[in-house]
Ligand binder design. Structure first.
Ligand code: PXL
Length: 276
């Protein structure tokens, strides 16, 4: 039996329960070897902390990939999240072409925006580059804000199915084959995820919790990747990831003053159970 390896490329926020410190434990808990390529090292994430340090690792990426190529290392999935620079997006595309095994799942979470706004580190040049990375992916996992930046469609909080259809169609025009659009809410008190596979629309609706947490996009994408690597269909993986993320947010709501991330660790057992 082949032991599958996932490569995840995103930053290490040393403190903050997001990006690599979420992806590595979650995908590993799903029983899959998780290799990492840190895009940058930050003292904390950038959403709510001030004065954080950043060490950009763009320059290290080509040599790391050259070494992998020399060693004949190939991945069965490559999952990208928050990247440090536009140049890194070009390097990631190179890794897609040199280090992906035949049939490799390429999953791109264009982690760059939320609630109608880009994260502080990004600009429209980055958005442009991200469009091309999404076009090279098998699965993209944007939230509605990210989808709007990628497509140029104005961000709305009040919308209907026609609005979501227009986003899906514009993302497909970018070359996105399979779209997992998160945070789609058609009814009060409910939210959900759209799975748009080669033009086929499916929707999984679940409860919307009163509290929201930073980093849930990373938890969602990581659980999606872990489930996909366990042989789940895109829809099943999207559903498991949604149910797990809800559990994480619920648990975090029981904690005092846990503002910077979601406490995903105590509910990892539930994710493992969902995969059985
Ligand atoms: O969760 C996305 C994310 C990842 N990494 C860093 C961030 C953010 C969101 O703000 O700042 C450094």
């Amino acid at each position: 039996m082949q032991y599958k390896k996932v490569l995840t490329i995103q930053d290490i926020s040393c403190v903050g329960q997001c990006s690599m410190t979420v992806a590595l434990p979650i995908i590993s808990a799903c029983g899959v070897e998780t290799c990492v390529l840190p895009s940058a090292v930050l003292s904390t994430h950038t959403a709510g902390f001030t004065g954080f340090t950043v060490r950009d690792l763009t320059e290290d990426i080509p040599a790391i990939n050259r070494h992998w190529c020399k060693e004949g290392i190939r991945f069965q999935a490559i999952y990208t999240g928050y990247l440090g620079s536009t140049q890194q997006i070009a390097y990631v595309k190179e890794i897609f072409s040199t280090s992906a095994e035949e049939g490799c799942f390429k999953i791109v979470d264009p982690a760059m925006a939320d609630n109608g706004k880009l994260y502080p580190a990004f600009d429209m040049e980055y958005v442009e580059a991200m469009k091309s990375l999404c076009g090279a992916a098998d699965f993209v996992v944007p939230n509605i804000t990210e989808a709007c930046f990628l497509t140029g469609i104005p961000y709305r909080t009040d919308y209907d199915r026609a609005y979501i259809d227009s986003i899906l169609s514009a993302l497909s025009d970018l070359g996105c084959n399979n779209i997992i659009l998160t945070g789609v809410s058609y009814a009060q008190g409910k939210t959900g995820v759209v799975v748009f596979e080669k033009g086929n629309y499916q929707y999984y609706e679940h409860e919307m919790l009163p509290n929201s947490c930073h980093g849930t996009g990373d938890i969602y994408a990581s659980a999606f990747v872990g489930s996909l690597m366990n042989g789940k269909s895109a829809f099943e993986a999207a559903k498991i990831a949604a149910d797990y993320t809800v559990e994480c947010i619920k648990f975090t709501g029981t904690l005092d003053n846990h503002w910077y991330g979601a406490a995903f660790e105590p509910v990892l057992g539930k994710l493992i159970d969902m995969l059985k």
